[in-house]
Design a protein around this ligand. Structure first.
Ligand code: FAD
Length: 434
């Protein structure tokens, strides 16, 4: 890689997500060269991806160029590249644009969608983990509605209009709520000749409640809110197969749909090259100590979703959420400074600020460490927290005006098929399932 030669220590950060950005921002005055590598040239605010998928926001409202976020860092370099492998022996990284040497390496690569080894589902499902995937969902949903408007056959039309969302975590719940809003307020105006009652939204969850990571009270309220909206909730239901038209449940029952969205789990976006003991196999996360050092490597750190730190308070690792990622990034910036100054590092302690999810307009559930509430006030808090957490003043203003416009007009303005999406099954390169 063509980087300025330097006598200073080089810190390489892989990933400009919540963890990588919160770390890099605080390295302003560090006497070191900082290099960030990401396969996207922008940071994504993943909590609002579902609003891009459902036409509520344009992608540039929730994504921000990494170079712009970190423009004030003089010692900083960004490289748009995908890291393929780490060589800890030579302290080098191999990427698709060349290799780079590091003195300290920070792995902040987050997670990728977990299909739990089900290749049929992986082939045909629509995941929602990044901006291009959210745009795929937006386009495909609208394409299917356009087809349905011109379709005479009832069964075929219902397959085009039905939605199956797999995974009852915050992403599945928020997505189901937003699609239900489209059904109630937007699609009846756009497709006046379609019978909107032919559209069904199904949410499938393998466990016994939606929002399993939140309180029982929040789960109950969220389920009620969704049902009030007409969403069908299938608990204790495992979807085992999907062939592009029919999904099959473990108990043998099936359902026909062209809109199959997979939000059922994630697995760590680990890299090749480190010793197998460094990985927590099941979750594909790097085992780290309380300073976020990867097991067996003094100069390699992992932060955010990819880091697996067992503590007394969190024996199964921290939740894979924005707050632990941000807090680990911030502490690591201080610890890197301490290392360069030959001072002892500080241990990580997670400060839980709570969890929340929204279900359409006016409704949300909030779990704070000592308090749980739901309804309009919770929705207001949800909006405020998400607005203030967005990167960049412009994005906050744009999102605020979009939300205000959508709220007043019962609308979601970004209903555009800018880039038609052709699923793999229709590209002719995949054999249909028997
Ligand atoms: C749809 C959705 C909704 C969510 N909602 C919430 C929510 O409401 N609240 C909440 O707290 N959390 C939420 N989360 C989880 C939250 O987004 C993550 O916990 C958080 O993003 C973790 O930050 P991170 O920095 O570890 O990883 P990420 O933010 O995922 O960043 C990882 C970065 O690494 C880059 N990268 C990965 N591999 C490579 C490679 N090999 N080479 C180069 N670059 C690479 C990626 O491009 C990405 O920019 C949600 C997640 C999703 C997907």
């Amino acid at each position: 890689m063509n980087l300025p030669k330097t006598d200073k220590k080089r810190i390489v950060i892989i990933g400009g997500g919540f963890a990588g950005i919160s770390l890099a921002k605080k390295l302003k005055k560090l006497d070191a060269q900082v290099v960030m590598i990401d396969k996207h040239n922008y940071h994504t605010f993943q909590p609002l991806l579902y609003q891009v998928s459902t036409g509520g926001l344009e992608p540039d409202s929730i994504a921000y160029p990494i170079r712009k976020i970190l423009k004030r860092l003089r010692n900083f370099h960004f490289r748009w590249a995908t890291v393929e492998r780490v060589d800890p022996e030579s302290s080098e990284l191999y990427t698709d644009i060349g290799k780079i040497r590091y003195d300290y390496l920070v792995i902040a690569t987050g997670t990728r969608t977990n299909f739990f080894g089900n290749s049929a589902i992986e082939t045909y499902a629509m995941p929602m983990k990044n901006v291009p995937q959210s745009l795929n969902i937006r386009s495909y949903m609208l394409q299917n509605f356009e087809k349905a408007d011109d379709c005479e056959d009832l069964a075929e039309r219902m397959a085009l209009l039905n939605f199956a969302i797999i995974g009852g975590g915050p992403t599945g719940v928020e997505l189901a709520g937003a699609i239900a809003e489209l059904k109630k307020h937007v699609f009846p105006k756009d497709y006046r000749h379609l019978n909107i009652d032919e559209m069904e939204i199904h949410l499938f969850e393998g466990g016994e409640r939606v929002l399993p990571s939140m309180s029982v009270q929040a789960s109950k309220r969220a389920k009620q809110f969704l049902e009030d909206f007409g969403v069908y909730i299938h608990l204790n239901t495992h979807v085992s197969d999907y062939d592009g038209s029919y999904l099959t449940m473990k108990d043998g029952s099936s359902m026909r749909t062209k809109n199959f969205i997979w939000t059922a789990g994630v697995t760590g976006a680990a890299l090749d090259g480190l010793a197998p003991e460094a990985l927590m196999g099941q979750r594909n996360r790097y085992r780290v100590n309380e300073f976020n050092q990867v097991l067996g490597y003094e100069q390699i750190f992992a932060i955010g979703d990819i880091a697996y730190m067992e503590t007394t308070a969190y024996p199964n690792g921290h939740p894979q959420m924005a707050q632990p990622a941000i807090q680990q990034g911030e502490l690591l910036s201080q610890n890197l400074r301490r290392i360069l100054n030959k001072e002892p590092m500080q241990r990580f302690k997670y400060h839980n600020k709570g969890e929340m999810a929204t279900i359409g307009r006016n409704r949300a559930v909030v779990d704070l460490p000592k308090l749980s509430f739901a309804g309009f006030f919770a929705w207001f808090i949800w909006m405020f927290v998400h607005l203030m957490s967005l990167v960049g003043f412009r994005n906050r203003v744009v999102v605020f005006f979009n939300w205000a416009y959508n709220y007043i007009n019962y609308d979601k303005a970004a209903r555009l098929i800018v880039r038609p999406y052709l699923p793999k099954r229709e590209k002719g390169n995949i054999k249909p399932l028997k």
